[in-house]
Ligand binder design. Structure first.
Ligand code: NAD
Ligand code: TYD
Length: 349
């Protein structure tokens, strides 16, 4: 029985991963360590909270005592580090917390893992530290080309800079102490439980509330979208089959301009939910500072070496996602009350 210490497992991708793994494997144990910031939500984990092989710990990855105790209390085999501040717009307003959680939190996790796993020169057999990162560390592409694992890091936002910093610390523990590590760099995810500060759930929520749909700049920035479950599958494969020390890019060649995404959401809601939702709701607003123009992943390495491929086409994934938000209006109302309102007022005033 392998024991996973999953950090940030109450956030969007982390909770999808915890559910994916617990449903797929009966013979694993998951310890979910999450601070429960505004982005973490135990409601996401309702369907697994009573599983006997699942434990939740509320704690901060920067807290040495809590993390070290988690390693002492459980015989951890794998760390999967999702915990992070993850929203670019927030990082532009408050970079400090990104440096603290994303860089220092990751270093603290690495230290505690090293303390638990390294005995003299010998690493405990079968352990691995998997750091979940993003294609944003590579910076921005022009009209052609893709990010490969060899693309130099060139982050622009405080968010991506903090992720690049954490990636390099993970690499350093691999290079210096020979810690068994992997880094995954995935493109933009979408799917259930994504906090509605990110583009797709924000659009869905605003359509349902007849609010303007804010489009930054000319709306022609490009993101490469991947359904969250395909990302979870990739992480599972990298833990179990990835070569130690390697970086794997994850993406499904699903590039769309932001305005295409906006129109796709409007059309679905117009056709299936509410005829009064139309393109009149689109509002072009001031561009994001330092806005990266295009992201696009070359996933050849993970496809060729580990046999990963995305299962959900964008056309199906976006319908599933919109439908999930329609079926889970209480969840959406829960997360958009309170702090979200203050954030929204400040951000889009
Ligand atoms: P999220 O913001 O939805 O969730 C982050 C989770 O981390 C929350 O549950 C939060 O409570 C927790 N957390 C934050 N600070 C913490 C701390 N100090 N200690 C413990 N827990 C803390 O983020 P997400 O979209 O699920 O992203 C998860 C990871 O995947 C991040 O590392 C992000 O950089 C990476 N990633 C995200 C995307 C994407 O499109 N969302 C794409 C590629 C990579
Ligand atoms: P986002 O979901 O914040 O992800 P990231 O910045 O990490 O790629 O944004 C996706 C794209 O959508 C990005 O180009 C910024 C743009 N965007 C808008 O045009 N309007 C919005 O209100 C938001 C949140 C994002």
């Amino acid at each position: 029985m392998k024991t996973y210490l999953v950090t940030g497992g109450a956030g969007f991708i982390g909770s999808n991963f915890v559910i994916y793994m617990l449903k797929r494997y009966k013979d694993i144990k998951i310890i979910n360590l999450d601070k429960l910031t505004y982005a973490g939500n135990l409601e996401n984990l309702k369907e697994v909270e009573n599983y006997p092989n699942y434990v939740f710990i509320q704690g901060d990855i920067t807290d040495r005592e809590v993390v070290s105790k988690s390693f002492k209390d459980y015989s951890v085999d794998y760390v999967v580090n999702f915990a992070a501040e993850s929203h670019v717009d927030r990082s532009i307003r408050e970079p400090e917390v990104f440096a603290k959680t994303n860089v220092l939190g990751t270093v603290n996790l690495l230290n505690c893992a090293k303390e638990a796993w390294l005995d003299g020169e010998q690493w405990k057999p079968g352990v691995k530290f998997l750091h979940v990162s993003t294609d944003e560390v590579y910076g921005s592409l022009g009209e052609t080309g893709y990010f490969t694992e060899e693309t130099p890091l060139d982050p622009h936002s405080p968010y991506s800079a903090s992720k690049a910093g954490s990636d390099l610390m993970v690499k350093a523990y691999g290079d210096t102490y020979k810690m068994p590590i992997n880094i995954t760099r995935c493109s933009n995810n979408y799917g259930p439980y994504q906090f509605p500060e990110k583009l797709i759930p924000l659009l869905i929520n605003n359509c349902l509330n007849h609010r303007d749909l804010p489009v930054y700049g000319d709306g022609l920035n490009i993101r490469d979208w991947l359904y969250v479950e395909d990302h979870c599958k990739a992480i599972d494969m990298v833990i179990n089959k990835g070569l130690c020390g390697e970086v794997y890019n994850v993406g499904g060649h699903n590039e769309r301009t932001n305005i295409q995404i906006v129109k796709t959401v409007i059309n679905y809601i117009h056709e299936n939910v509410d005829k009064s939702v139309t393109e009149d709701l689109i509002k072009f607003v001031e561009d994001r500072k330092g806005h990266d123009r295009r992201y696009g992943i070359d996933p050849s390495k993970i496809k060729n070496e580990l046999g990963w491929y995305p299962e959900t086409r964008f056309e199906a994934g976006i319908v599933k996602t919109i439908q999930w938000y329609l079926d889970n209006k209480e969840w959406l109302e829960g997360v958009t009350s309170g702090e979200y309102r203050n954030y929204y007022e400040k951000m889009y005033k």
